[in-house]
Design a protein around this ligand. Structure first.
Ligand code: CP
Length: 343
């Protein structure tokens, strides 16, 4: 007989560090990599394992005492070389909820400002024996460089316009919460696709889970080969929105050159902003998502962002559960073993 969610939660609370077994019998062995660098190279079982684990871990954040001993004795270091509110905070809280020791380092307060290279920084951090490194960096591939250099597990918290895997996983968890199955849903991602790591990770994740992914953007915001990723592409928002189950707005990535691609914010909103009138083209029960940070009145109207279809804050809550799951699945298995093997 399947265990109830309450029974699983109770068991998690009592378990010794690193020995959580999911109700379906899967263990930490099922995540095949020491690192989480992107969605592209995950298989669908690994994606499902992370989502199932996150689903079970959600409950911890609703307790009066929001802490379990699962990662006691493990240490997580966050290296953020780009600004972040949601990702950085939720990784820090996630590590604390699992009883890991955590430390955050920003570019502005690190020796990078004195000319130290990323690899030297990583080697020096690793000399302090962390179990996991979480990195956000403007350079695509920065997380891979760290993963190839360090024996600790590395989690990509966003590398340039390449990937942002935990964002796609939290988006998938949110879609599943509101729509049940992801397979067969029409998911529209619109805005600055060309400069967006969120779009790339979501396209990989949602396609692997069986969604029909549609992208819409002015031609200057669409990669020329976007259809090779298996998506339907539009240069206008209206035809993309027709019959949509999920509508995901993206910010213009000003820091990655996005501002050069359109005349003004007002013109962009008139042509491509998600207004109530445009949202009415989607299904009546369509949900509206945004990874944040939002630019109200540019890619999304305030009354849509705060309206009944919006699940934007639920995405943030799910981000915490997904990051707890990823920390647990990596620190409880591959990364820990690797460090032990190297010792
Ligand atoms: N979605 C996201 O990555 O937000 P932050 O930049 O605030 O982390």
């Amino acid at each position: 007989m399947a265990e109830t969610r309450e029974a699983v939660a109770g068991r998690m609370n009592d378990e010794p560090a690193g020995e959580l077994v999911l109700p379906n019998g899967q263990t930490t062995e099922s995540l095949k990599h020491k690192d989480l660098l992107g969605i592209e190279h995950l298989d669908v079982e690994e994606i499902r394992l992370i989502l199932e684990t996150a689903q079970h871990l959600k409950e911890i954040s609703r307790r009066a005492i929001k802490k379990v001993p699962t990662l006691r004795g493990k240490s997580v270091i966050n290296l953020f070389f780009e600004p972040s509110t949601r990702t950085r905070t939720s990784f820090e809280i996630a590590a604390k909820r699992l009883s890991a020791d955590t430390q955050s380092i920003s570019a502005s307060t690190s020796a990078v400002v004195k000319g130290e290279t990323l690899i030297d920084t990583a080697r020096n951090i690793e000399a302090m024996f962390p179990d996991l490194l979480v990195i956000r960096h403007a350079c695509p591939g920065a997380a891979k460089i760290l993963a190839d250099t360090c024996s600790a597990g590395v989690i990509n918290a966003g590398d340039g316009a390449h990937e942002h895997p935990t964002q796609a996983l939290l988006d998938a968890l949110t879609i599943r919460d509101f729509k049940g199955e992801i397979e067969g849903l029409r998911v529209v991602i619109f805005g600055d696709i060309a400069h967006s790591r969120v779009a790339r990770s979501n396209i990989h994740c949602l396609r692997k889970l069986g969604a029909d992914v549609v992208v819409a953007a002015p031609p200057t915001f669409l990669p020329y080969d976007v259809e090779a990723l298996g998506v339907e592409a539009h240069h206008r928002l209206e035809p993309a929105l027709e019959g949509a189950d999920v509508v995901m707005a993206l910010r213009i990535q000003l820091e990655r050159g996005g501002k050069l691609s359109f005349p003004s914010s007002r013109e962009y909103f008139n042509l491509f902003g998600l207004s109530r009138e445009r949202l009415a083209l989607a299904k009546e029960d369509a949900i509206v998502m945004h990874p944040g940070p939002m630019n109200r009145g540019v890619e999304i109207a305030s009354d849509v962002a705060d309206g009944p279809s919006s699940v934007i804050l639920e995405q943030v809550s799910n981000g915490l559960a997904v990051r707890m799951a990823v920390l647990y699945l990596l620190a409880g298995s591959g990364a820990a073993k690797n460090v032990e093997a190297a010792a």
